[in-house]
Design a protein. Structure first.
Length: 441
């Protein structure tokens, strides 16, 4: 999959860019985490008040309309694999809505960073279409990485795609001269289907470069000499302090633990877990920005850190929201429960019964599970709540492998009939047979 799935605060003013602006716990722990600015996408607020720092900028109507135009993402190009149901999600801007759980969490994170000693520029309404260079090459993600596969990524054409992480904008911001910034936005990945995975979700990442004078002792160091230097250790320590403070600001003082991790664009890299209501939860990935990433961004003379986190992951925990699909509903029974700046427990307003259907088939050698999941989403939309493989066996005489999937159909708004689900299941069987080369049993 594409990577990324502070010190004690003191009051300061956050800069606003003029061109940028269990059960529940178990579900949330598996949500996605650690992704060319649109130069006309923002209007800056005129005040320098603290509230301005929390809501960095408003998206102009023209830019919002542009992003929401599905025709930007759909085409007859042979490598375009963006289905209509994904194109319809782009441009919703949930992370910029002050009364939406995603927007509330984003604002609370920005509020924390606004109180730190450094001025962080906010980028929160950039074009979701990026190049493969931005999304992968500039971050040291090699061509053979599975996250670059069309089974994982939505491609517009040969060279452009829907960003798979907000890190896709990192190098451009660094190249522009930004030293400290937060970048939030919607990202897109083909994925499994369950209560904590959705092909569209939201990330927020942060980057801080340190002043050159603080890194003079490491001047000219590369590779292991750099990663074992006191200066690299100091950056890692600052990063951990900042992020531990962020978690305390979100969840109250809580137990934390760090473990080493791997991301192509940071080294060393770390994962942070917190203990919340008795359970350990993975909350983010981070690390010291890789020298090669800085070199490619023409900032090889600087050193710094970066982190990334999934906003849905935090919102599901804080608001006790049991199903990631709910974030996309416009049902007032959901949207009316939340207020700007307030964390409140979600009150379920309905629980309609599920309908279970099984489908079994012999698979070809090139079968990719994500393609099957994406096909089901395209046919049934958000009515598909979960897809799980319940049986697999290989027939030694035929040399064939069979998989059986159980599909849970459930609407969040009404009861489903067996007749309508049967129609969806029949269409899925026919399409899988015709388009994926499976042999339905």
């Amino acid at each position: 999959k594409s990577p990324w799935s502070l010190s004690a605060p003191r009051p300061s003013t956050m800069k606003i860019s003029a061109t940028a602006s269990l059960s529940i716990l178990a579900l949330a722990s598996s949500c996605h985490s650690w992704s060319t600015p649109h130069t006309t996408a923002f209007k800056t607020r005129s005040t320098n008040s603290r509230s301005t720092a929390l809501h960095s900028a408003a998206v102009e109507e023209s830019a919002a309309d542009t992003y929401a135009d599905a025709s930007r993402y759909l085409s007859d190009h042979p490598n375009n694999n963006v289905p209509p149901h994904i194109a319809a999600l782009v441009g919703k801007g949930l992370h910029t809505k002050p009364n939406h759980p995603i927007g509330i969490v984003r604002a609370k994170i920005q509020e924390y960073f606004a109180a730190l000693p450094h001025d962080y520029t906010i980028y929160d309404a950039e074009d979701p279409i990026v190049t493969a260079t931005q999304c992968f090459d500039a971050l040291r993600i090699p061509p053979e990485h599975p996250g670059r596969s069309p089974s994982d990524t939505y491609y517009i054409d040969d060279t452009t795609l829907l960003r798979t992480h907000t890190s896709a904008h990192q190098s451009e911001h660094l190249r522009s001269g930004a030293d400290c910034f937060l970048c939030a936005g919607d990202v897109y990945r083909r994925d499994e289907i369950d209560s904590s995975h959705y092909p569209a979700f939201h990330q927020l990442e942060g980057v801080r470069l340190f002043p050159e004078e603080e890194m003079k002792g490491a001047e000219g160091l590369k590779g292991e000499e750099w990663t074992s230097s006191p200066e690299c250790a100091a950056i890692g320590e600052d990063l951990k302090n900042v992020l531990e403070g962020l978690m305390d600001s979100m969840f109250g003082e809580t137990e934390k633990k760090w473990s080493e991790d791997y991301f192509p664009f940071t080294t060393p890299s770390y994962e942070l877990e917190i203990k919340y209501e008795g359970e350990w939860l993975e909350v983010l990935g981070c690390g010291v920005v890789h020298e090669e990433v800085l070199d490619m961004a023409e900032r090889g003379d600087r050193r710094g850190w970066a982190f990334g986190l999934g906003l849905e992951r935090l919102a599901m925990i804080l608001f006790e929201i049991p199903d990631i699909r709910l974030f996309w509903t416009e049902d007032k029974r959901f949207t009316s429960q939340f207020e700007e700046g307030s964390i409140t427990k979600f009150e379920p307003y309905s629980k309609y019964p599920p309908v279970f259907k099984d489908i079994a088939f012999w698979i070809p050698e090139d079968f990719v599970e994500n393609d099957f999941f994406e096909m089901a989403r395209g046919i049934a939309g958000d009515i598909v709540e979960r897809m799980e493989m319940v049986d697999e066996f290989t027939n030694p005489k035929k040399g064939k492998t069979s998989k059986c999937y159980r599909i849970t159909y459930r609407s969040m708004d009404r009861s489903l009939t067996n007749e309508e689900v049967d129609a969806l299941q029949d269409e899925l069987r026919d399409r899988a047979d015709a388009d994926l080369g499976v042999e339905v049993r």
